[in-house]
Design a protein around this ligand. Structure first.
Ligand code: PNS
Length: 171
C-alpha cells in the first residue's frame, strides 16, 4: 500500500494544510497526518487539541489517519513502514527549506524515504499557522484561513469571544 506521511506542527491546522491532505489522499492509498510533539517548543494548542481538531476534519475519509510523533521523522516513518513524505509548497521561499529537509531525510533514512512536494492551491498559498496565531493573539477573524468546522473550537480553546461577531456567530 502506498502510504504518504504528511508531517507538521499544525498549530493550528489551516485551509492550506487541509488542501494538501485531501489532494494527497486522492493520490496515495493512505495518508498519515503526523503531528510533531516538539518538546522544545510550546505551541498555542496542545498536541491533543491539534490531533483532535484534525481528526474532526478527516473522520469521514477512510484513508486518512491522524497521529502524533516525537523524535526524528524518519524514525517514525520506519516504525510504520512508510517511505513517502508529502510536504506542501506555498511560495518560492518554502523551496530552499524543503529541499534541504528532503535531502536530510533521504540521507538519514539511508535513501529509503522520498519527499514529494505538492504545490499549494493558489487561493491558500499565503496562509500560515503563524499568521493564524497572530490574528488570534489580537482577537481577529480567522474564518478565511481555517476550516469552518473548527473555527468555534479554536475560539473556545483560546478563550476568545468575538464581540462584534457574537450575535452572528453565536459564540
Ligand atoms: O509545520 P512545520 O513546523 O513546518 O513542520 C516541520 C516538521 C515537523 C516537518 C519538521 O520539523 C520535522 O520533521 N521535525 C521532526 C524532527 C526531524 O526529523 N527533523 C529532520 C532532520 S533535521
Amino acid at each position: 500500500m502506498k502510504v504518504a506521511v504528511y508531517p507538521g506542527s499544525f498549530d493550528p491546522i489551516t485551509l492550506g494544510h487541509m488542501d494538501v491532505i485531501l489532494r494527497s489522499a486522492a493520490v496515495f492509498e493512505k495518508v498519515v497526518v503526523a503531528v510533531l510533539k516538539n518538546v522544545d517548543k510550546k505551541g498555542l494548542f496542545s498536541i491533543e487539541e491539534r490531533v483532535e481538531m484534525i481528526q474532526k476534519l478527516v473522520q469521514k475519509y477512510d484513508n486518512i489517519e491522524v497521529v502524533s510523533f516525537e523524535g526524528l521523522l524518519v524514525d517514525f516513518m520506519k516504525s510504520i513502514d512508510a517511505h513517502v513524505i508529502v510536504k506542501g509548497l506555498r511560495v518560492g521561499l518554502d523551496f530552499d527549506y524543503e529541499l534541504q529537509m528532503a535531502h536530510m531525510n533521504r540521507k538519514l533514512s539511508e535513501e529509503r524515504v522520498e519527499t514529494v512536494l505538492m504545490m499549494a492551491s493558489t487561493e491558500y498559498s499565503y496562509i500560515s499557522s503563524s499568521s493564524v496565531r497572530e490574528i488570534l493573539h489580537f482577537k481577529g477573524d480567522i474564518r478565511e484561513f481555517v476550516p469552518e468546522e473548527i473555527v468555534d473550537d479554536i475560539y473556545q480553546k483560546v478563550g476568545i469571544v468575538l464581540e462584534g461577531m457574537c450575535n452572528e456567530r453565536k459564540l
